[in-house]
Design a protein around this ligand. Structure first.
Ligand code: ADP
Ligand code: MG
Length: 316
């Protein structure tokens, strides 16, 4: 549904993105994750057919963005980073206006606007001025206008940025609901967002794609070692020493000491070894209290930091 092929964009002499290639399958919801300035907006604007790349190309909904940008624009819905909403227009009138610009027939317009307002839960505010709406509602109106031509592909640039926590949850929910109908690519610099909303993640940094995978696979792929989180009631030094000497253990790292004198450790072992039995037996045999023992998975955040640092080292 989206095939980006070596997209490169120079602003003056500086490359904002370089050799960006990826595909998004029909019906997928893909997260474009990267820090500010990574090149997310640039890539998305190129995909919409509005910004020409310096080199490379892309096919979106079956059409080439260079040779057939009009067809591309007809088949996509785009929520730009800063939504250019007309603040002195009422919601329904604005949607009517966008529908007309997008070339929807008059009869079709009414029906489609009604449906979309319901889907985006803005029926109640349809007669209000856009300028008087909260950010959360404005973002819904922004998504509603993107949906007006019943697009095959939805391109959402940081759809939750600037919203309060409740609004963020609601917008994420709305995006999830839309995922059955359109292929969606959304950008974010918020790490938990991708694992909550997306089936696949494209990580971009400094204009380069550094990883493409499912959130689960990214976690698995980058875990060269397995980690256990352990809370023990016992003397810190002795516990640490005993754990370190256990076969298969690579590293033991004491965590913060709790108020009740119990100590938490992160025990790192080879990935293929499950040390839970050995660890629990050791603690119990020594007469200490085993209060907690569970796998400590690496968060996407840690992965991201690692990816970015690795990329950085490669460049140097
Ligand atoms: N119109 C522009 N002119 C010059 N540089 C730009 C322009 N737009 C973006 N850039 C630069 O390109 C890089 C990528 O920006 P952008 O695509 O907006 O990243 P993101 O959306 O991930 O924050 C940044 O270094 C940014 O400063
Ligand atoms: Mg951006």
């Amino acid at each position: 549904m989206i095939e980006a092929e070596k997209l490169t964009k120079y602003y003056d002499k500086v490359a904002a993105i370089e050799d960006v290639s990826f595909t998004v399958e029909k019906g997928e919801i893909v997260g474009f994750l990267g820090p500010n300035g990574a090149g997310k907006t640039t890539t998305m604007r190129i995909l919409t057919g509005f910004l020409p790349p310096s080199s490379g190309t892309a096919r979106v909904a079956g059409h080439d963005i260079l040779t057939n940008s009009l067809q591309v624009r007809r088949r996509i819905g785009y929520l730009p980073e800063a939504v250019p909403l007309y603040t002195d227009m009422k919601v329904a009138a604005y949607l009517e206006f966008v529908a007309e610009v997008k070339g929807l027939e008059r009869r079709e317009r009414r029906r489609s606007i009604g449906e979309i307002m319901e889907k985006c839960r803005i029926v109640d505010v349809q007669r209000m001025l856009i300028g008087s709406l909260s950010r959360g509602y404005r973002q819904r109106v922004g998504i509603a206008q993107a949906l007006l031509n019943n697009p095959e592909v939805l391109i959402l640039d940081e759809p939750t940025v600037g919203l309060d926590p409740k609004q963020i949850i609601e917008i994420r929910q709305l995006i999830k609901e839309l995922s059955g109908q359109s292929t969606i690519i959304l950008s974010t610099h918020i790490l938990p967002e991708v694992s909550m909303v997306c089936q696949r993640v494209i990580i971009i940094n400094n204009g380069h794609i550094i990883a493409v995978d499912t959130p689960e696979n990214l976690t698995a792929r980058l875990q060269s070692s397995a980690k256990l989180l352990l809370t023990v009631d016992g003397p810190v030094g002795q516990v640490e020493e005993a754990l370190t000497q256990l076969p298969g253990v690579l590293r033991v790292e004491p965590r913060d000491e709790a108020r009740d004198a119990t100590v938490s450790f992160v025990v790192e072992s080879e990935r293929s070894r499950d040390l839970r039995r050995d660890v629990s037996r050791l603690i119990v045999d020594r007469g200490w209290g085993l209060l907690e023992l569970r796998p400590a998975d690496m968060t996407l955040e840690e992965i991201f930091i690692r990816l970015v640092t690795e990329e950085h080292q490669e460049v140097q």
